[in-house]
Design a protein around this ligand. Structure first.
Ligand SMILES: Nc1ncnc2c1ncn2[C@@H]1O[C@H](COP(=O)(O)OP(=O)(O)OP(=O)(O)O)[C@@H](O)[C@H]1O
Ligand SMILES: [Mg+2]
Length: 271
């Protein structure tokens, strides 16, 4: 792996908070500014795969084979509609992986071992995690440099966050000392709902400057895009959701640039 490849997991054990939407669209926005991007769909639900147009029947070998069958990133990565962006899809057998991992050797490091062997071709790898702090998510955290936490600003937004933070801390202590929270992104933000505003303030008070300035608005185009098998940036480039994900990408790149000592180009971060 080149030293400049950054692996980011998109994690929240709460379901439906915008993990997959963020992984798919942030990855697309980064590819659009010329980064070489890989998405790993580590969720047996396979929504990131569907979001890039890979229906269940068309998936073949994917994340399961990466973790268990010794297949390489090169063998498994498939090009998408988006230039510079490949995906390792979810695969049928991934649903059983959780149980299989329990008795597997190096059970928390399978994904790291696979990505370390052959991630050299990418600038950024996003791992879309399932809504659970299970062994697949643990594998993603062990493999990652940073964690992105999408939060939907609703009444229970911070519920469960402490177990997520404890998990991150445990991974840092036992397996991956440099694991960091890349950032927290507020998703499905509804400006007409005063609760969005109130909860966002709480989230900013709790996480401080880990929370990105960019918030992703609730936007119907974002939710329509997956049914066309496209990221929203391809479906409707000018809608508010697409613009927000482009802006988020530049914020993420700016943070990453700080970490890499200027390894990512300044134009890309400004684009
Ligand atoms: N900004 C947005 N505006 C409107 N709808 C959105 C937005 N972001 C996500 N959605 C919709 O909300 C639903 C949940 O989003 P998503 O699948 O990204 O969440 P998730 O956290 O990955 O869910 P899961 O936990 O099941 O994996 C989807 O139907 C998605 O299209
Ligand atoms: Mg998802």
């Amino acid at each position: 792996m080149t030293s400049s490849c950054r692996i980011l997991s998109v994690v929240n054990q709460k379901g439906g908070v915008g993990k997959t939407t963020t992984a798919v669209n942030l990855a697309t926005a980064m590819a659009a500014v010329g980064k070489h991007v890989l998405v790993v769909d580590a969720d047996p639900q396979g929504n990131a795969s569907t979001g890039f147009g890979f229906a269940r029947s068309e998936r073949g070998a994917g994340c399961y084979e990466l973790m268990f069958d010794g297949m390489s990133v090169e063998e498994l990565a498939r090009p998408t509609l988006v230039p510079n962006l490949s995906i390792i899809t979810s695969s049928a057998d991934l649903a059983g992986a959780e149980i299989q991992l329990v008795t597997t050797e190096r059970r928390e490091s399978r994904m790291k071992d696979a990505l370390d062997r052959s991630a050299k071709d990418y600038d950024v790898i996003f791992i879309d995690c399932p809504p659970s702090l299970n062994l697949i998510t643990l594998n993603a955290l062990v493999a990652s440099h940073g964690v992105m936490i999408p939060l939907q600003p609703e009444f229970y937004a911070l519920e469960g966050v402490s177990s997520l933070l404890q998990t991150i801390e445990a991974v840092r202590e036992r397996f991956n000392p440099t694991l960091d929270i890349q950032g927290v992104v507020l998703t499905m933000y509804d400006r007409r709902n005063s609760l969005s505003d109130a909860v966002s303030k709480d989230v900013r008070a709790y996480f401080g400057d880990k929370v990105y300035e960019t918030v992703i608005p609730r936007n119907v185009r974002v939710s329509e895009a997956p049914s066309y098998g496209k990221p929203v940036l391809l479906y409707d480039l000018r809608c508010s959701g697409s613009r927000a994900y482009m802006q988020l990408a530049s914020e993420v790149l700016r943070r990453e640039m700080g970490l890499l000592g200027g390894g990512l180009s300044a134009e890309a971060a400004e684009a």
